[in-house]
Design a protein around this ligand. Structure first.
Ligand SMILES: [Zn+2]
Ligand SMILES: [Zn+2]
Length: 177
């Protein structure tokens, strides 16, 4: 939980004043114990801790932190996820905690390949795919540029032919006269 609090804190601190204000308003609207004071933003006491706990909860929801399909527990750290479910963009990606993954304490019959990736490898795979897309786009751009250059060369052909004709005419003229 400590890591989640820290992550939520980093997000909160680096967000805009506007967003911070919205977060505070949201927190105040929860009004713990029906007492506006308990939801205060004081740096001492429970107020600030409660606020960060709510921010952590918000972060958990927003970041799509998963619950384990094996033990049903919230997975606070790294996890393994079915790459097929992930790529299919399903609403419920199939994720398991390291313990359940290691002990095969889960049933996932929908995908026989059972290619599970941990969240770090998944992030890396996403980077690789983005890189491949960029390289392909650059190659396409280069090809289009080459084609354009080739077309420009063709466009100057008639003129070049004219020059050659003039040279040939002059040459024949000198030969015969
Ligand atoms: Zn589990
Ligand atoms: Zn799956």
């Amino acid at each position: 939980m400590e890591e989640l609090l820290k992550t939520a804190g980093i997000y909160y601190n680096s967000s805009s004043a506007n967003l911070k204000q919205l977060a505070r308003e949201f927190f105040k609207s929860l009004d713990f114990d029906n007492d506006a004071k308990s939801a205060s933003m004081s740096s001492s006491g429970n107020g600030s801790l409660k606020f960060m706990e709510v921010m952590s909860l918000y972060y958990i929801i927003k970041s799509g932190r998963p619950f384990c399909e094996g033990c049903d527990e919230f997975i606070p750290g790294m996890f393994f996820t079915c790459s097929e479910c992930f790529e299919n963009g399903t609403n419920n990606p199939f994720c398991v905690c390291p313990m359940c993954f290691e002990n095969e304490r889960f049933i996932h019959p929908s995908h026989k390949s059972n290619l599970f990736l941990d969240n770090y490898t998944l992030l890396e795979a996403k980077r690789q795919s983005a890189m491949a897309t960029r390289i392909a786009a650059e190659a396409k751009q280069l090809e289009a540029k080459r084609e354009e250059e080739l077309l420009a060369t063709f466009a100057t052909f008639p003129r070049q032919n004219q020059v050659i004709n003039v040279v040939i005419e002059n040459f024949t003229f000198r030969l015969f006269w």
